[in-house]
Design a protein around this ligand. Structure first.
Ligand code: COA
Ligand code: AMP
Length: 637
């Protein structure tokens, strides 16, 4: 089929308001918008201003009312526990309605914040929907974060209530959630009114009387009494959730998502970008703690009336590199969304793709990759082995849905390996130099989007309006600064090459090197430190720390390094994959004292680098090279 993308993108350009108004017709509104776009509201305007709606009603009740209650809504496939649980839309309504009632019993009401700290269990999605149902604002915290990260988020969001579980299950180890939760609550200056704990049979935990409720007990009672709370009308511009993401400091940024615009954009994306129909099965192999999990495990597929898969396992080792093909076969998955790192892991174990032929993938049409740069070798391998389109697409927590991609639903465009496609309607993507002037086609620069952001774009940061302006809007007036650098080629394809800030991407996880430096800096023996992300064949990037000790410190480096590694693991979490630290006599700096992290990274990656003009002492870079060679990270030619 010939792609309709050019016409559709042109339609949006010609009349963005009419475009999104038409897209909004696929959503049930309790009261329609007074302004589809109100340019006077918010920092750059607000979408669907004046409308009333409920996101849970659109994800669940609407399908039941339309007679599709027996359709499968959610499949929890958990190779780590050997269980598969299926929920129809009818059953999902009962679960969500019961949990919403229990939360209301605790006094949780519209606008209250609820932290969800859960492993990949169905109850995590049920909890998100239950919050949406009563107008509470959820903030899901990824299970791989440590207690201090959970504390920061609980405190910043001033969570009234926390929903958690006794444990998560990682291959080979059970992650005890409860001690992490208790520690986080102790660390937080703000105390929640109560917690609801899902006891998992793999490891039960002690509940604190007066604070912790037992999920199964309370939800069981609510279900037995047939309690299904009503959907609470909220403004389209009210927050649906806060999702904290890494910024340039240890203090994460609370990205706020609204209700109305979010629904409109996701519904449009499911149909037109992913090309998935109601009743078909969509699987985003991410975690509910990331934006991909929010948009395309929970909200997008359910808004679309599709079936979503929640997978509690890994691409390899649960039990083998055929795990993804098994899930696709068992649940007749039409489209899979995964991080390239997962495919690099599969390719490493099964380079010939032999396991693919052991499964029936007839229902499977398209593989979507995002979260980090897709290297052409991985795309080409997947295309060849799967004999299906492999589509890279680019987006961020801040936008909630693809900024660029290959809209399969409009007809596949030619795939250019290395490029996450073309701008989606809603995004006027441009490349500017550091002074804010457009660069020539094909030239590298700062990738920006002309304001306003489309529906689903974040209107602000929670409790941090000034940071929202300074981090995103001030550098290039009139544009949203993505903090990605890249190019747009002659055909309008976008290429994302690097971040312009200190964010690194480890196995598709967005992490701040600044936050790791803050943790190292707190060690009493450390004078200063620098963390850079070096290229890694599996994870894309891995963090490498460099440190200088205080004068007079004479410690065994192995012991000190173990303390630093443990410090980051305990402060940020295992997900940081912080495993290498190197002692150096000094850090390379400019004459004004700026640490030359960019040059250190280039040296570590074995890439070409130039001596920075403002360097204080060129010899300091030779010392970094020597240290990397000594550690076996850099091979001397
Ligand atoms: N709860 C607790 N710990 C977690 C966790 C969770 N939800 N998720 C990861 N961790 C831990 C892991 O157990 C590991 O701990 P370890 O240092 O003790 O081994 C550490 O965090 C790093 O985990 P991970 O990044 O998953 O690396 P891995 O080496 O275990 O596996 C891959 C490598 C490629 C298989 C894995 O990273 C993967 O599946 N990536 C997909 C990424 C993804 O979905 N990204 C979302 C964006 S789309
Ligand atoms: P997150 O907010 O966690 O989704 O991370 C967003 C960042 O991940 C982006 O700013 C990019 O740096 C990177 N990213 C996401 N998708 C892609 C992609 N398809 N290609 C290159 N980088 C990507």
């Amino acid at each position: 089929m010939k792609s309709h993308y050019p016409e559709v993108y042109a339609q949006w350009r010609q009349d963005p308001v009419a475009f999104w108004q038409a897209a909004g017709e696929k959503i049930d509104w309790i009261r329609p918008a007074t302004h589809v776009f109100n340019a006077e509201a918010g920092a750059y305007g607000r979408w669907f201003d004046g409308a009333l709606c409920n996101t849970c009603e659109n994800c669940v009740d609407r399908h039941v009312e339309a007679g599709n209650g027996e359709r499968l809504a959610l499949i929890h496939d958990s190779p780590v526990t050997g269980q598969v649980r299926r929920y129809t839309y009818d059953e999902l309504l009962i679960e969500v309605g019961a949990l919403a009632s229990v939360m209301q019993d605790y006094g949780v009401a519209k606008g209250d914040r609820v932290v969800i700290y859960m492993p990949m269990v169905a109850e995590a999605v049920i909890a998100m929907l239950a919050c949406a149902r009563i107008g509470a604002i959820h903030s899901v915290v990824f299970g791989g974060f440590a207690a201090p990260e959970l504390a920061t988020r609980t405190e910043d969001a001033k969570a009234k209530y926390i929903i958690s579980a006794s444990c998560g299950i990682e291959p080979g180890r059970i992650v005890e959630y409860k001690p992490l939760l208790d520690e986080a609550i102790e660390l937080s200056a703000h105390q929640p009114d109560g917690c609801l704990i899902l006891q998992r049979e793999q490891l039960r935990c002690e509940l604190i009387p007066g604070r912790d409720g037992d999920y199964a007990e309370l939800i069981g009672a609510a279900k037995a009494a047939g309690r299904i709370s009503e959907c609470v009308p909220v403004a389209a511009t009210d927050p649906l959730y806060i999702l904290y993401t890494s910024g340039t400091t240890g203090q994460p940024k609370g990205v706020v998502r609204d209700n109305g615009g979010h629904m409109v954009a996701l519904r449009w994306a499911m149909e037109n970008h992913y090309g998935v129909q109601p009743g078909e099965v969509f699987w985003a192999a991410s975690d509910v703690g990331w934006v991909v999990g929010h948009s395309f495990i929970c909200y997008g597929p359910l808004l679309n009336g599709s079936t979503t898969v929640l997978y509690e396992g890994k691409p390899v080792g649960t039990p083998d590199a055929g795990a993804y093909w098994r899930v696709i076969q068992d649940h007749k998955v039409a489209a899979l969304f995964a991080a390239p790192t997962a495919f690099r892991a599969i390719k490493k174990v099964d380079p010939q793709g032999r396991l693919i032929s052991e499964y029936n993938l007839d229902a499977f049409r398209t593989l979507f990759l995002a979260g980090e740069r897709s290297d052409p070798a991985t795309i080409e391998w997947a295309q060849e082995k799967l004999q299906r389109p492999v589509v890279d697409h680019w987006w961020q927590t801040e936008t909630g849905w693809p900024m660029s991609g290959n809209p399969v639903g409009l007809g596949l465009l030619p795939v250019k390996p290395g490029s996450p496609g073309v701008p989606m309607p809603g995004y006027d993507v441009q490349v500017l130099d550091d002074d804010g002037h457009p660069v020539a086609r094909g030239e590298l620069g700062n990738i920006v989007c002309k304001l306003p952001l489309p529906p689903s774009g974040f209107p602000t940061l929670w409790n941090a309006e000034e940071r929202f302006h300074s981090a995103y809007l001030r550098e290039f007036p009139g544009y949203y600064a993505t903090a990605d650098a890249g190019i747009i080629d002659e055909d309008g394809y976008v290429f994302i090459m690097a971040r312009t800030d200190d964010i690194i991407n480890v196995a598709g996880h967005r992490l701040s090197t600044g936050a790791m430096e803050e943790v190292m800096g707190k060690h009493p023996d450390i004078a200063e430190s620098a963390v850079v992300g070096l290229a890694d064949a599996l994870k894309g990037q891995i963090p490498i720390g460099f440190y200088v000790t205080n004068d007079g410190v004479n410690r065994d480096p192995c012991e000190l390094q173990a303390e630093l590694i443990l410090g980051v693991r305990e402060a940020i979490g295992p997900v940081a994959a912080f495993k290498t630290v190197i002692e150096v006599a000094r850090l390379p700096k400019t004459r004004s004292g700026k640490v030359l992290r960019g040059t250190m990274q280039k040296i570590g990656d074995g890439a070409d680098w130039k001596l920075p003009a403002a360097i204080d002492d060129p010899e300091s870079l030779t010392e970094i090279t020597e240290a990397l060679v000594r550690e076996g990270i850099l091979i001397r030619e």
